[in-house]
Write a protein that binds this ligand. Structure first.
Ligand code: ACO
Length: 349
C-alpha cells in the first residue's frame, strides 16, 4: 500500500500558510476580461426560426441580438479566452494563479469540471480548481466562494470565471426561451489590494422551492439521457418566465440593499450598478425601486441577451475598457437566477 501512495510534499501550500499568517485584509479585482463568440443571431434571424417578432422581443426583453457558439465551441473555450485576458490585465502569469472557480450550468463535460479544462488549457501548473452552479447568480457566488477561500489562506490569486454556452441547452423550437439567451464568459483575477479597496460585502441566497420555475429537467441523474428525454425535449431549458420575473425585481433590490447595509452604505453611494442582464424590464423595475439614476446602471442586454453566469463579467469588462468604471469607483453587483438563487456584492474597484 505504501508503495502505491508515496509521501508527497506540497511546496505550493507554503505560500498559502504564509498568507494565512499574514491575514490578508483586503481582496479586490486585479484584472478582468471577457469573451464571446463572433457569430451574431439577431431578432430578425429568430423571426425565421420561430413564431416571434423583433418588436415583441425588444419590447418584452430589451434584446436585439445575442452571440451564439458554433458547434465546435464549448464553455471552456470562452472561459479560457476571458481568463487569459484577466490574467494579463492583472499583470500576472498563469503560474501565479492558485485557485480557479468556474461558475457555469453548461459545463463542457459533467466530469472533469470546466475549471479543470481551463487549468489544463491555460497551462496553470498548481492550483485548486472546481465548478459551481448557481445559474445566472454564478458570478457572485463564484467571487464569494473565492473570497472565503482566500480569506482562509487557501489561495493568493484566484481566477473566477462566469461562463455559459447556454444556447447549447436552449430549445430553438420554444419561442418563450430561445429569444432570451446568448453565450459568453466574464473573468476576474482576485488578489490582495490596499486597505479600503476591494470587496466590501456580499450577500447570497436561494429558495430551492422555486427551482421548477427554471430548469433543465433531463440529462441529470433524475432523468438520465434516453431517447424519451430527447424526444420530449427535456434536455433543454424550461422556464415559467412570469414567475421568475415577479421574483426578480424584488430580490435584486433586497439583495443589493442587504449587501450595501452590511458595508454601512446606501444605494446613493454607488457610482455604478452592474445588474445581471436578464430582461430590461427587470432592470428598469430595479432602477425605480432603488432610486439610483439610470445612467449609473451598466446595461448591455440589447447586444448580448442573457448570458447567465457571464453577464456581470462581460458588462463590467466593457465598462472598464470604455472608461466608465475607473479605479476607486464604488460598484454594486447584483444577480438572480435558476435555483432560484440570488446574490449581491459591493466592491471598490
Ligand atoms: N414571441 C412572441 N410571443 C411570445 C414569445 C415570443 N418570443 N414568447 C412568448 N410569447 C407569447 C406567450 O405565448 C403569451 O401569449 P398568450 O398571451 O397568447 O398566452 C404572450 O406572449 C405573453 O407571454 P408572457 O410569458 O406573459 O410574457 P412576459 O411579458 O412575461 O415576457 C419574458 C416573457 C420575457 C420571458 C419575461 O417573463 C421574463 O423576462 N421573465 C424573466 C426571465 C428571466 O429573467 N429568467 C432568468 C433566467 S436566469 C438563469 O438562471 C438562466
Amino acid at each position: 500500500m505504501d508503495n502505491l501512495s508515496p509521501r508527497l510534499s506540497y511546496p505550493e501550500f507554503d505560500g498559502a500558510r504564509n498568507l494565512k499568517e499574514s491575514s490578508i485584509v483586503a481582496i479586490g479585482i486585479l484584472g478582468i476580461g471577457s469573451a464571446y463568440p463572433d457569430r451574431i443571431l439577431t431578432n430578425h434571424d429568430l423571426e425565421k426560426m420561430v413564431d416571434t417578432s423583433d418588436e415583441w422581443i425588444r419590447t418584452r426583453s430589451g434584446i436585439s441580438e445575442r452571440r451564439i457558439c458554433d458547434a465546435d465551441t464549448a464553455t471552456s473555450h470562452m472561459a479560457c479566452d476571458a481568463g487569459r485576458k484577466a490574467i494579463e490585465d492583472a499583470g500576472l502569469k498563469p503560474e501565479d494563479i492558485d485557485l480557479i472557480v468556474v461558475a457555469t450550468f453548461s459545463p463542457d463535460t459533467l466530469i472533469p469540471s470546466t475549471a479543470c479544462w481551463v487549468m489544463a488549457k491555460l497551462n496553470i501548473p498548481n492550483c485548486a480548481a472546481f465548478d459551481i452552479n448557481a445559474a445566472c447568480t454564478g458570478w457572485i457566488y463564484g467571487v464569494s466562494t473565492a473570497l472565503g477561500l482566500m480569506q482562509n489562506g487557501l489561495a493568493r490569486h484566484a481566477l473566477v470565471i462566469g461562463a455559459d454556452a447556454i444556447t447549447k441547452f436552449v430549445d430553438f423550437q420554444d419561442r418563450a426561451t430561445c429569444v432570451l439567451f446568448g453565450d459568453g464568459a466574464g473573468a476576474a483575477v482576485l488578489g490582495e489590494v490596499e486597505q479600503g479597496r476591494g470587496f466590501l460585502s456580499e450577500t447570497l441566497g436561494a429558495d430551492g422551492r422555486m427551482g421548477p420555475n427554471l430548469m433543465i429537467p433531463g440529462g441529470g441523474s433524475a432523468r438520465p439521457i434516453s431517447q424519451e428525454v430527447l424526444d420530449n425535449r427535456e434536455a433543454y431549458v424550461k422556464m415559467q418566465g412570469n414567475e421568475v420575473f415577479k421574483f426578480a425585481v424584488r430580490i435584486m433590490c433586497d439583495s443589493l440593499c442587504g449587501a450595501l447595509s452590511k458595508a454601512g452604505l446606501a444605494p446613493a453611494d454607488l457610482d455604478w450598478v452592474i445588474p445581471h442582464q436578464a430582461n430590461i424590464r427587470i432592470i428598469e423595475g430595479a432602477i425605480k425601486r432603488l432610486d439610483i439614476p439610470r445612467e449609473r446602471f451598466i446595461v448591455n442586454i440589447e447586444r448580448f441577451g442573457n448570458t447567465s453566469a457571464a453577464s456581470i463579467g462581460i458588462a463590467m469588462d466593457e465598462a472598464v475598457r470604455d472608461g466608465r468604471i475607473k479605479r476607486g469607483d464604488l460598484v454594486g453587483l447584483v444577480a438572480f437566477g435558476g435555483g432560484l438563487t440570488w446574490g449581491a456584492a459591493v466592491v471598490r474597484y
